[in-house]
Design a protein around this ligand. Structure first.
Ligand SMILES: [Zn+2]
Length: 374
């Protein structure tokens, strides 16, 4: 069985479809929870599946340092290691080397750096990134790229983008022919329309199974990100999945889908679950606020998750304040369920040709704010 993408319906620029892999199907638009260290923090894999996730994201940088890709390979690969048999996408390691590692040195060949964990020295090249992602057993492999922090001047953005395109060719060559596994190229070029077009053309000439929009959600703000997506998504092939990396808040996700994006990932729903920030149909709720201490109502009456079905706001407030482990578990479960329900609602609305009306209702509901205190 091979990797394929079936675009089922479009509504404006929004798309819904199905990615097929030997490990299962991925309904798009898809949100990928992040399993940084071979776990989605505070969640059992079975629970992550129950929220509706079809695919997880794993981080090459973290896994290569600890427990190492070689060890995971010896133990049967990442799926078996973490007990998640469905598809996994791994990033290339590039972004986190730039954001986490010490003493980085960037050359044409690749990046050398020191581990943020123990100071040990490592190198990632396009060839090494392909090897690590193969050892992990990733279903969707990302090209090794470089992403400059924004704002940056045009010369720096162009130079970086062209380096990433040379690395994209080296990634393609090193990936080889692996039936059932996909390799995605990553478009760069900052917020510049001409560089984004040049990057898309370079990737298209190499040929990939899917295309990511890289280098956004790095501090440019939502308006600038949407402004860039207005042209960047259109520059990518229509018949392949389009993945926006590292996004985002619920309204970022809706806006990205409206601009033709099929896949996204973000630590936000799981990380926020651990800090007491909860996403609901009526906007963000901070469970630590004293107003919840006597409130017997669920977080969100319409939510199907375990936290909303079985626990009150008062209980969730109490376990958060008491720093009980169950607090992270329940709030993460809720947030991941909220994100997956959002994706499901969008898939249905796009298929039915009523995505505009759905978007209006989404924004109206959030603008109401949380329920009035009792
Ligand atoms: Zn819930």
């Amino acid at each position: 069985m091979t990797f394929s993408f079936d675009l089922k319906a479009t509504d404006g620029k929004a798309r819904t479809g199905l990615i097929s892999t030997p490990r299962g199907e991925i309904r798009t638009p898809a949100f990928m929870p992040v399993g940084t260290a071979a776990t989605v923090k505070a969640m059992l894999p079975e629970s992550v599946a129950e929220t509706g996730a079809d695919i997880l994201l794993g981080n090459t940088y973290h896994l290569m340092l600890r427990p190492t890709a070689e060890r995971i390979d010896r133990l049967g690969g990442l799926h078996k290691f973490m007990n998640w048999e469905r598809p996994i996408l791994t990033d290339s390691g590039g972004f986190q080397v730039m954001s986490l590692a010490d003493l980085r040195k960037l050359t044409e060949r690749g990046v050398t750096f020191k581990s943020h964990i123990d100071g040990s020295k490592h190198e990632i090249t396009p060839e090494r990134s392909m090897e690590i992602q193969r050892l992990l057993g990733s279903d969707i492999v990302m090209c090794f790229d470089e992403c400059p922090a924004l704002p940056a001047d045009r010369d720096r953005i162009a130079e970086s983008m062209r380096l990433s395109m040379r690395w994209a060719q080296r990634s393609r060559d090193a990936f080889g022919d692996r039936p059932g596994h996909a390799l995605f190229g990553i478009q760069q070029g900052g917020l510049e329309e001409d560089f984004r077009a040049e990057s898309a053309e370079a990737l298209r000439a190499i040929g990939f199974d899917g295309y990511a929009v890289g280098g956004l959600a790095v501090g440019e703000g939502q308006a600038a990100m949407f402004g860039c997506l207005d042209f960047a998504a259109d520059q990518l092939p229509e018949d392949k999945p389009r993945y926006l990396m590292g996004v985002g808040k619920p309204d970022d996700i809706v806006g990205a889908v409206a601009r033709g994006i099929d896949m996204m990932d973000c630590v936000l729903p799981s990380r926020s679950g651990r800090t007491g920030q909860v996403f609901t149909r009526r906007g963000v709720v901070n469970i630590k606020n004293a107003r919840h201490a006597d409130d017997p109502r669920p977080l969100d009456e319409d939510c199907r998750c375990l936290a909303c079905r079985s626990y009150s706001r008062a209980y969730l407030h109490h376990v958060f304040r008491s720093q009980e482990i169950i607090s992270s578990m329940l709030l993460t479960w809720h947030n991941l369920t909220y994100y997956q329900d959002l994706m499901q609602q969008m898939r249905k609305a796009i298929a039915a040709g009523r995505f505009d009306a759905w978007q209006t209702a989404f924004h109206t509901s959030r603008a109401q704010g949380d329920l009035a205190p009792l």
